[in-house]
Design a binder for this molecule. Structure first.
Ligand code: ARG
Length: 464
């Protein structure tokens, strides 16, 4: 027996001393990369079949390997598998277990492969599946938004700039703004997926392999649409992780902004919506309180995803070609980004679907704050007054209203006519909220009719 058995490391041949236990603990990724087990096994099954296909291993060996791997998968799923820190990572844990189970054939699995192309393959298989799952979750959130938008196409609320009441808008139009952001988010993920869906397997450690491998065979088995074209790049590239997290930070940014609105809207000062009890918490000291924890937490979790993006950019920036162990640090930020995004989207969707919309307070708020002032200016322009002069007249009207503590629509015709001879009785139609929103009836405008058209366009676009 060669002395290799003095260590259980699969790479222990050239070593005479055992790894320091602190180094074992420091270098091991098994605590977090075990979640890749399914993709690791899928990749190994494809690799083994390819090796048999090109005659590097026998059909019997291939069968033993595949049966063994499938049995290991069952063990893992039944929580009947002990992960060893001394075996570093998911790849070596599974391979060592395979050899233990099936003997020498297990030792042939790693022929023509390295953990470097293996881990890159696993990570891409993982992320591809997670992107698909996230796309579905995003689509569910969009469906809820579009449903509410359609239902609230006529609901009037104040639109804000600088968080000051600006012009009346429809609530449906407001919700479709959020949908537009989510639609771009899905497009970004779909675009990112194209670059995730590239197979590194076959790149081996860094230079490729001397075996006559059939990479197309493996790619077909794994459903990859493309095969990496440079082995050095393939084992060291983590751009796809960065791209994904960048897309994720934008999704979180959108959710965070939306959270901010929900928090404001559900406050007693706004009172535009009421969150369902099932999505709120109480206060341990103030019995009257109902806190919007869900949007607050979503807003808070945006910070950690932003942090993951910076972590990944920093991880890559100093690395020479090709693979470096630094890359083991890609997993926790990526996994946490996926988990955070998935739960935030799901909980947010549930919150939206169960929230009640308070049309009356919305309308009252829209009626206050002189939100139809622009409509009055536009009215004067239609009567031939230059816009700047009209702006001046409306400013004086607003001044009059402030001094008398009334809204624009409550101004007497005499008082309006004192400001401009171009004003007639028909002015009151433009001073109403309904008249104001209905007049913005063009592509992209807030009119109820446009909201209904936009909602059906948005629904059609759901299928990307
Ligand atoms: N656990 C490692 C990682 O996550 C697998 C690749 C290790 N490769 C190596 N040459 N040490 O990156």
């Amino acid at each position: 027996m060669t002395d290799k058995q003095t260590t259980i490391k699969p790479w222990g041949g050239r070593f005479t001393e055992m790894t320091d236990s602190l180094v074992d603990a420091f270098g091991a990724s098994i605590r977090f990369d075990q979640r890749l087990y399914r993709h690791d096994i899928t990749g190994s099954l494809a690799h083994a079949r390819m090796l048999a296909h090109i005659g590097v291993i026998s059909t019997a060996e291939c069968k033993a390997i595949c049966d063994g791997l499938q049995a290991i998968q069952v063990d893992i799923e039944n929580d009947n598998f002990s992960w060893l820190v001394s075996l570093e990572d998911v790849h070596m844990n599974i391979e060592a277990r395979l050899t233990q189970r099936i003997g020498d054939a297990g030792k042939k699995l790693h022929t023509g492969r390295s953990r470097n192309d293996q881990v890159a393959t696993d990570l891409r298989l993982y992320l591809r599946a997670e992107i698909d799952a996230l796309q579905l979750t995003l689509e569910q959130m969009q469906t809820v938004l579009i449903d509410i938008a359609e239902q609230e196409a006529d609901t009037i609320m104040p639109g804000f700039t600088h968080l000051q009441v600006a012009q009346p808008i429809t609530f449906g139009h407001h919700l479709l703004a959020w949908n537009a952001m989510l639609q771009r988010d899905r497009e970004r993920l779909a675009d990112c997926r194209k670059r995730v869906d590239v197979m590194p397997l076959g790149s081996a450690a860094l230079a490729g392999t001397s075996y006559p491998i059939d990479r197309q065979f493996t790619a077909d088995a794994l459903g990859f649409t493309a095969i990496s074209e440079n082995s050095l790049d393939a084992v060291s590239d983590r751009d796809f992780v960065i791209e994904f997290i960048a897309a994720a930070t934008l999704i979180m940014t959108h959710l965070s902004r939306f959270s901010e609105e929900i928090i404001l809207w559900s406050s007693s000062q706004f009172s535009f919506v009421e969150l369902s009890d099932s999505y709120c918490t109480g206060s341990s000291i103030m019995p009257q309180k109902k806190n919007p924890d869900v949007p607050e937490l979503v807003r808070g979790k945006t910070g950690r995803v932003n942090g993951h993006l910076l972590a990944m950019l920093t991880l890559l920036k100093g690395q020479p070609l090709a693979y470096n162990k630094d890359n083991q640090e890609d997993k926790e930020p990526l996994f946490d980004t996926v988990d955070t995004l998935q739960i935030c989207l799901r909980v947010f969707t549930g919150m939206l679907a169960t929230m009640s919309i308070k049309r009356e307070p919305m309308k009252i708020a829209a009626a206050s704050g002189f939100s139809t002032a622009t409509d009055l200016a536009d009215y004067l322009v239609r009567k031939g007054v230059p816009f700047r002069d009209a702006h001046e007249v409306v400013g004086l009207a607003v001044r009059h209203c402030i001094d008398n503590d009334i809204e624009l629509a409550a101004m007497k015709l005499d008082d309006l006519q004192a400001l401009s001879g171009h004003i007639d009785n028909d002015v009151y139609t433009v001073l109403t909220l309904e008249g104001s929103v209905a007049s913005r009836n063009h592509l992209g405008g807030t009119a109820p009719e446009q909201v209904r058209i936009a909602a059906s366009r948005a629904r059609a676009a759901l299928s990307l």
